[in-house]
Design a binder for this molecule. Structure first.
Ligand code: UDP
Ligand code: MN
Length: 340
């Protein structure tokens, strides 16, 4: 089965961690296929070395960015322009068939049977089920298709600014042409679906084969207590916390198999660890929230004791004043004041 592969993508080290957990989960469930990860130059050499331990191939690709900020703003995910980079997966022409999987997915059992499906097979998107979700899809690498996709992207663009809008326009008859190309939802169970249709989740969730941590809070944005084997959460309503068992599984895989490899290669375990154990969310997540607030609401931070530039530097070094000035509560208060 050397001409078939699972393919994922990471354009930075955080998504690299996701790719490592995904790759480990595929290995743990004894896939007989090759594992390939596409990485962009921004991924550190150390991370590439660790990826090389789990994946058969680490392929360097350049970043393709839609730069379509208008459409990306509609899905509140300004960072997803780079998902056009996914299109490179069609250029892996040495493989006859592949399954692309987002770096924020986790497999719960062997899913090699997906290779029996044809291009383009995918599961419905939970937000608009006549569109397929591009977190998991079966495709046939082909330079011809690759070039067509690149041309399509420059001529037509993407209706959501990311790869999903583009691929749904390109494979536009997916919804109606062939039911065999509709993967069951259990091959791409998104955390969103858990709270949007809880009874269905209770009925069918136990059959899940692939979990997809779709949305702007990723597993690596949470903290984890390895002693209790539980993700640490509080009243913040994050979809993954509604049913944290999958999130706990992700972290369990990370802690058991990935973290030791990262330590061996001198990469810190926690995403930008701050050393503050009580933190509910990682510094990275709070920082994202802060910059989101700044851009969306012209949020002005409280008059800083240190200069704003110094403060920003501290944020970037993961040394925000979480318990004081930069506490989530303070940010929340500012936002509330602004909204009122
Ligand atoms: N991705 C990446 N770097 C980024 C954003 C996305 O490498 O900055 C890749 C990664 O494989 C990710 C996929 O593109 O899983 C799609 O993005 P994401 O999963 O964040 O989108 P969502 O599933 O939440 O819509
Ligand atoms: Mn995803």
């Amino acid at each position: 089965m050397s001409d078939q592969a699972f393919v994922t993508l990471a354009t930075n080290d955080l998504y690299g961690k996701g790719a490592l957990v995904l790759g480990t989960s595929l290995r743990n469930h004894k896939t007989t296929r090759q594992l390939v990860v596409l990485v962009s130059p921004q991924v550190s050499n150390n991370m590439r070395a660790v990826l090389g331990k789990i994946f058969d191939e680490v392929v360097l690709v350049n970043v393709l960015d839609s730069k379509d900020s208008a459409h990306l703003a509609m899905i509140k995910r300004p960072e997803l322009g780079v998902t056009f980079t996914k299109l490179h997966c069609w250029a892996l022409a040495r493989y006859s068939k592949c399954i692309f999987m987002d770096a924020d997915t986790l497999v719960l059992c062997n899913i090699d049977e997906l290779f029996e499906r044809e291009e383009l097979s995918a599961a419905p998107d939970p937000g608009w089920p006549d569109c397929f979700n591009t977190g998991v899809f079966v495709y046939r690498p082909s330079i011809e298709t690759y070039n067509e996709l690149l041309q399509f992207s420059t001529e037509k663009g993407s209706f959501d600014g990311g790869d999903q809008g583009l691929l749904n326009s390109f494979f536009s008859n997916w919804a109606t042409a062939d039911i065999n190309k509709h993967l069951p939802f259990i091959y791409n169970l998104s955390s969103v679906a858990i709270y949007s249709y809880l009874p269905a989740f209770k009925q069918y969730g136990a059959d899940a084969k692939v979990v997809h941590f779709l949305g702007n809070t990723k597993p690596w944005n949470f903290s984890y207590n390895p002693k209790t084997r539980c993700v640490i959460g509080d009243s913040h309503d994050y979809s993954s916390l509604t049913h944290p068992e999958f999130l706990n599984m992700w972290w369990d895989t990370f802690t058991t198999s990935v973290s030791p490899l990262l330590t061996e290669h001198g990469i810190s375990k926690e995403p930008r660890s701050s050393g503050t154990q009580e933190l509910i969310l990682s510094s990275n997540f709070q920082e994202e929230k802060l910059s989101e607030a700044v851009s969306q609401l012209s949020f002005t931070p409280p008059p800083p004791v240190v200069s704003s530039e110094e403060r920003r530097k501290k944020w970037e070094q993961g040394q925000a004043d979480y318990m004081g000035e930069d506490s989530f509560q303070n940010i929340q208060k500012k936002l509330d004041a602004y909204l009122n």
